[in-house]
Design a binder for this molecule. Sequence first.
Ligand code: ING
Length: 308
Amino acid sequence: MREIVIGGAQMGPIQKADTREAVVARMIALLEQAKGAGCDLVVYPELCLTTFFPRWYMEDPREVDTWFEREMPNAATRPLFEAARQAGIAISFGYAELTPEGRRFNTSIFTDREGAIVGKYRKVHLPGHSDYDSDRAFQHLEKRYFEPGDLGFPVWRNMGALMGMCICNDRRWPEVYREMGLQGVELLMLGYNTPSVNSQMADEGPEKRLYHSELTMTAGAYQNATWVVGVAKAGSEDGHPLIGGSVIIDPNGYVVARAGSEGDELIVAACDMDACAFGKTTIFDFARHRRIEHYQRICSQTGVVTPD
Ligand code: ING
């Protein structure tokens, strides 16, 4: 048995005026709870250090860059890395990355239990739009502020397991899970900031959003025989509601822990990485069952091409 006790540290809302220091203090409080619960690893949400700023239209690059981190760890986050190292807990969280070359990504990292960064992922699937859209009830400008990720979907060995990451909208695309499934992933960590309502369809509310969020993650877990930990930043940020619904899902696609609030909330599960083995060696033994000679469209075609 290769058990990892995993904490999903759901964060409640982060207001535009909240400082990174105040947010990190909340993250450390959740880490202390996780320590008390015997966690080995804690997963935090997407863009965990700030409000979900892509909801705001900005033209001044200097204002945009106030939402980005130029290095990691940095002065604001070093107390978190230090607290995690002292607790012997690995952490994963998302933030807006500004590289020394001036490139901007929606990024997630995870560490080992000594606080060293083991892996970095940059969000590939950027939803929304790049210019102000007056038809929308609110903006979703990830295509304006970030480049698509350029690192692919890596899987790393950490804590005796095969771990990977994705971010938010990535969880809606089955290719993401399969790219990591084909590397043997056993634990897929992801954070999300998902608006509770659809800016383009008034009748799509939190129930449908929560259903689709869990549907995509349970399917990805089952179809690739992997644990999936999906952690929300939730609640109302300056009047803009985000869904909660953080979950820990086992390799059979069952939810084994689920958040009940839209605030700072830790969910915990003891996750045996060996539980992935049965699915990976039977129904989803990819080497035995996949027929790649019939899958060309998935990699050669971006959009739909209907038959004549
Ligand atoms: N947020 C949302 C997400 O994919 C979204 C955007 C919601 C797209 C619902 C489509 C449907 O969960 C982020 N940050 O990607």
